[in-house]
Design a protein around this ligand. Structure first.
Ligand code: G3I
Length: 327
């Protein structure tokens, strides 16, 4: 049966996938939809592998939620993208507000990476090792609110990738960020950080995750996205679209806005199709009911291919299929 994943594979990609949130697994037909491998050949835990979940207290590792997602992927025969090891957000308080120095926080970070990666060894296709290092202010500097940057400085990133490379030589290691789908300053920052990782003894990076949280009101062309992917590919990296959604300003949304959203999805899919090193696309959950968008941007939404009643939106679904095809 033709679906989003089978169409992606027919276009030479490894997968089309979705984020899955443990909170909703037992509600309605959520799990039935995300387990349908015609549409989803890959899943990413939306929250349950983040630091606050995996190491809520120092050196007390809890893998319950992440294991549920990993087991589900295995049972369904889906690839698993593991998300995420080092991020300034969703950190437990003992990390965020603890009193650390350079040496103690490096040790804490290495211990976290090593334990979590060893636990999931053989289960993940890829790890988002470091997530969202740069801010959105002019200059896109390193996030000043990150405890890792504040304490260790920019070396925290290559150090994290060296620890990850040592913990698991087989899994793909990614740097993951948003607003890098265009050749802007943050994209330049990302290229620089990749070079720093590559130059650091013992470190390895295999790919860049382009989150791709887009807005209908700010269209992005197939050519722009393709150019970014080609640039990363020329640095001998894989690329993946890791958290795709395209939101509407729901108030006043009309057929034209939805059409625009659908065509932006098409641009992303065709860009990935254009570039051999683009391995696949993941949407950031599949239903508007559980999307992060309305929680974060009041009044905005309709960003995903299934609506708030978990009903497939034929127009958007078909736009994605069409962009992958003809098979
Ligand atoms: O854990 C608490 C729980 O104890 C409490 O009862 C409940 C009540 O609201 O909240 C729970 O926390 C939630 C948390 O996810 C963990 O499940 C927060 O409310 C919720 O806002 C939080 O949102 C997540 C967000 O990351 C946090 O930054 C979203 O579900 C998740 O989709 C989102 O994902 C991020 C990616 O990891 C990185 N890129 C951006 C993307 C979207 O923000």
């Amino acid at each position: 049966k033709v679906g989003l994943n089978t169409a992606a594979k027919a276009a030479g990609k490894l997968y089309f996938g979705t984020a899955v949130d443990n909170r909703y697994l037992n509600t309605g037909n959520y799990t039935a939809i995300n387990s349908n491998t015609a549409d989803f050949g890959q899943i990413t835990p939306a929250n349950s592998m983040k630091w606050e979940s995996t190491e809520p207290q120092q050196n007390k590792f809890t893998y319950t939620g992440g294991d549920i997602i990993a087991d589900m992927a295995k049972k369904n025969g889906q690839l698993l993208r593991c998300h995420t090891l080092v991020w300034h957000s969703q950190l437990p308080n003992w990390v965020k507000t603890g009193s650390h120095n350079n040496a103690t926080l490096i040790a804490i970070m290495k211990n976290h990476i090593t334990n979590v990666m060893k636990h999931y060894k053989g289960k993940c296709y890829a790890w988002d090792v470091v997530n969202e290092a740069f801010d959105d202010k002019p200059g896109n500097n390193y996030r000043s609110e990150s405890i890792f940057y504040k304490t260790i400085g920019e070396a925290y990133i290559p150090i994290a990738f060296a620890a990850a490379a040592a913990a698991d030589p087989d899994v793909k290691l990614y740097y993951n960020d948003y607003n890098i789908e265009d050749m802007n300053k943050k994209f330049e920052r990302t290229k620089t950080v990749v070079e720093q990782i590559k130059a650091y003894p013992g470190a390895r990076i295999d790919g860049v995750g382009m989150q791709t949280h887009l807005q209908e009101s700010k269209p992005l062309s197939e050519a722009a996205i393709t150019a970014v992917m080609n640039k990363f590919a020329s640095m001998d990296l894989d690329v993946a679209i890791t958290e795709l959604d395209v939101r509407l300003q729901t108030k006043g949304a009309n057929a034209q806005a939805r059409q625009q959203r659908n065509s932006i999805y098409g641009n992303v899919v065709r860009a990935c199709k254009n570039v051999k090193r683009c391995v696949g696309i993941t949407i950031w959950d599949f239903t508007d009911k559980y999307s992060w968008v309305p929680e974060t941007f009041k009044g905005e939404g309709e960003a995903l291919p299934w609506d708030a009643n978990l009903k497939k939106k034929d127009d958007l679904y078909d736009a994605i299929l069409k962009a992958w095809g003809p098979a």
